[in-house]
Design a protein. Structure first.
Length: 365
């Protein structure tokens, strides 16, 4: 099983209706560090804003590496808010959506930095005067959030679907129903996926068999007192995610292609993995974005996974069984990156897809 921070989900989704009639971002949007919208006309300002967005992505990565699982509902929600903020920034949005979405992500990150077990991200405000569409979809999403058991399996899907539904409401307010429809369809698809993940998550409860009638005990010779048995050791499965842009040169995969800062990142991950007394299984899975051919991306992701596995071994992370595999572009996490974007912007937008997942199981100390 994956280690998931417990979520006592008793809150309901707030209607979150934004105040109508105001212009520009609200107070929450002014605390993000982004330049005012009217100043986003020079390369230096835009570059500084993108660096700010990248810095927050790095902040979320550090939370994951410090022990908050990727499918923790709060961390997933923070990532989805950041993804939608990045996309709307690239679309040159001037409605306050970028600032308010980023502010939501930053608020969640701050809470998790203060307390890794914080229950955050439950409420979903309708940022930038977004309309509240499809109460039936909101109700279904709330139903998933109320089920803490199955939310361990579909947290990311549910969290991102809520943010997408806000995005649909924003499109409705800005350009009409035609632009909102694709986002609604994505939410419906996400809910079908969330239903499937919840169904797969439910494990049948074992019913104990009735004890057989005990026969008359035979005489038992007196034996030396047995040594007390040690309590069973929990053998969890934990997953860490590293964005490969922080490790490799773009479209590169070998050890010689590692960036100067990669060694520090890998050292940090290795120290975290060494918290396990023994590691029974470690699986390193590489992922790529959709740029390039499927065959190229499959090979690229597999080579990156193998490189990371070898680097971890060099740092003393040893497992009874170890596997490196590549899934290419088949498991993307981004949903808002249009092929109509300029290539540089598209590469930036697809950054979360270029990642390595490290999954391990073993005995904890």
């Amino acid at each position: 099983m994956k280690i998931i921070l417990p979520l006592a989900l008793v809150a309901t989704v707030l209607a979150g209706c934004a105040t109508t009639g105001r212009e520009g971002p609200g107070p929450s949007g002014q605390a993000t560090g982004l330049a005012p919208e009217k100043q986003r006309i020079t390369d230096s300002i835009i570059r500084a804003d993108r660096e700010r967005l990248d810095a927050h992505q790095d902040r979320l990565r550090k939370l994951n590496e410090s022990g908050v699982p990727q499918n923790h509902f709060g961390l997933a929600k923070a990532q989805c808010w950041l993804d939608t903020a990045k996309t709307k920034y690239l679309e040159n949005d001037r409605t306050g959506y970028v600032e308010e979405s980023l502010a939501e992500s930053m608020k969640i990150a701050a809470a998790l930095e203060a307390d890794r077990k914080a229950v955050v991200g439950i409420d979903t405000p309708l940022v930038a005067r977004s309309a509240r569409l499809r109460d039936d979809l909101w109700s279904r999403l709330q139903g998933h959030k109320n089920n803490a058991q199955t939310l361990e399996c579909n947290a990311r899907t549910v969290a991102c679907a809520e943010v997408r539904l806000v995005r649909a409401g924003h499109a409705q307010e800005q350009t009409g129903w035609r632009q909102a429809t694709p986002h609604i369809a994505m939410v419906e698809d996400a809910l079908r996926r969330a239903d499937q993940e919840a169904a797969a998550c439910r494990m049948p409860v074992a019913v104990p068999r009735p004890a057989a009638a005990a026969a008359a005990p035979a005489p038992v010779p007196v034996a030396a007192p047995a040594m007390p048995q040690q309590a069973s050791v929990v053998v969890p499965t934990e997953t860490f995610v590293i964005l490969t842009d922080a490790l490799f040169q773009f479209d590169k995969a070998k050890a010689s292609d590692l960036l100067p800062g990669a060694s520090v990142r890998l050292d940090q991950v290795a120290e975290r993995l060494k918290a396990f007394k023994t590691i029974r299984q470690i699986t390193v899975t590489g992922h790529a974005d959709r740029l390039g051919s499927p065959d190229h991306n499959a090979k690229l992701s597999e080579t990156r996974a193998a490189t990371i596995l070898e680097e971890l071994k060099k740092r003393g992370v040893l497992a009874t069984n170890s596997v490196a595999r590549g899934l290419g572009e088949t498991k993307p996490v981004t949903t808002d990156c249009s092929d109509k974007l300029a290539r540089t912007a598209l590469i930036q937008c697809l950054q979360p897809d270029r990642r390595v997942e490290i999954e391990l199981s073993g005995q904890v100390r």
